[in-house]
Write a protein that binds this ligand. Structure first.
Ligand SMILES: Nc1ncnc2c1ncn2[C@@H]1O[C@H](COP(=O)(O)OP(=O)(O)OP(=O)(O)O)[C@@H](O)[C@H]1O
Ligand SMILES: [Mg+2]
Length: 329
């Protein structure tokens, strides 16, 4: 008898869930990305107890057909990719077909949807997943669009629940995830509530400065300088702080590519170099940068949580950022 056996799907999903869902902030991020991929005009987010008790995301996007609901919550099922080559040119925020299945594995997940296009199924429907057990599709009246609720995150995974911090700390991570995503999509209106209290109300705008002001206050937004650069193929746009408006490490430094916030030490190093000689030791500039480039120049399929991306030519980005900032200072 061999000792190697195939793992049951439930175990495979539980392992995958560990990579995608770390805390309520990961749920907020995944649900916001799903809502954004559905071409919405507005997204409303509500959390209870830092998101541990409830994360609810409501969008007015294209919706999901009732027949598709079981697949939407099944691992490796997606409407966003078909063939391996599609991975070379990803133009949606999601593509792995894993997020809802992972969340349904470690919480109680309810997806309610009604397709926006009246030509298809006019009625709405919902499906519930509880600790990986997928329930039946049931009729559910509601406005066009999709509502996703995640109740009692890690309620069935004591080992994971033990790693959650206080609701206050989880709330602060979750609201940061909300703000990062909302910054990347100024054209969509967002709201965020916590324990019934409205915390952010961000109207849709074409101005990135407006969205930044709505997130962080007019005092900050009004003082930022515009940055713009272009090397023929890669575009760079954004806003930068005056050297005297410096901040501690890790705060108010935001990078985006293809509608996605990302982290990148090398680019932040270029930013710091751009301000060289103008900052006090240990301080950092406020920076909001957005890169525009053809999808084949950036690979987002690096890690399940998609927080890091790989660029085909990182040196080129470094030079572009450095030159653009130096020119403004
Ligand atoms: N808010 C939504 N509006 C419309 N369709 C949705 C929404 N949320 C999920 N879906 C559908 O359910 C599918 C599964 O979502 P899920 O997040 O699990 O995977 P994904 O977004 O395709 O990939 P990833 O795992 O990278 O997020 C999506 O491909 C999409 O078709
Ligand atoms: Mg997704």
């Amino acid at each position: 008898m061999g000792r190697i056996h195939r793992l049951p799907v439930s175990v495979v999903n539980r392992i995958a869930a560990g990579e995608v869902v770390e805390r309520p902030a990961s749920v907020v991020k995944e649900l916001l990305e799903n809502a954004l991929d559905a071409s919405p005009s507005r997204i409303d987010v509500a959390l209870e107890q830092g998101g541990v008790a409830l994360v609810r995301v409501v969008d007015d996007g294209v919706g999901i057909d009732a027949d598709d609901l079981p697949l939407a919550v099944t691992a490796h099922a997606t409407s966003k990719l078909r063939v391996a080559e599609d991975l070379e040119r990803i133009d949606t925020l999601g593509f792995r077909g894993e997020a809802l299945a992972s969340i349904g594995e470690v919480a109680r997940l309810v997806v309610r949807s009604r397709p926006r296009d009246a030509g298809t199924t006019p009625a709405g429907a919902s499906i519930t997943v509880n600790g990986g057990r997928i329930g039946d599709v049931v009729p559910d009246a509601g406005a066009p669009g999709t509502t996703v609720e995640v109740h009692q995150l890690f309620g069935n995974v004591p080992a994971r629940r033990a790693f959650l911090r206080t609701p206050q700390t989880e709330w602060s991570h979750a609201s940061e995830a909300f703000v990062r995503t909302a910054l990347a999509h100024p054209g969509v209106a967002f709201t965020l509530s916590h324990n019934g209290r409205r915390v952010h109300d961000l109207p849709a705008t074409t101005s990135w400065r407006r969205r930044i002001s709505d997130c962080f206050g007019n005092d900050l937004g009004d003082r930022l300088l515009d940055v713009e650069a272009d090397d023929g193929e890669i575009g760079l746009g954004g806003l930068m702080g005056h050297p005297q408006d410096d901040v501690a490490a890790g705060r108010l430094q935001h990078l985006f590519v293809a509608g996605r916030p990302f982290r990148d030490r090398a680019i932040l190093h270029a930013v710091q170099e751009g301000y060289r000689g103008l900052l006090l030791g240990g301080r950092h500039p406020v920076i909001f940068l957005r890169f525009d480039m053809p999808p084949e120049m950036v690979d987002v399929n690096v890690h399940p949580a998609k927080m890091e991306v790989r660029f085909r030519d990182p040196q080129r980005l470094y030079r572009l950022v450095l030159a653009a900032l130096r020119e403004r200072l």
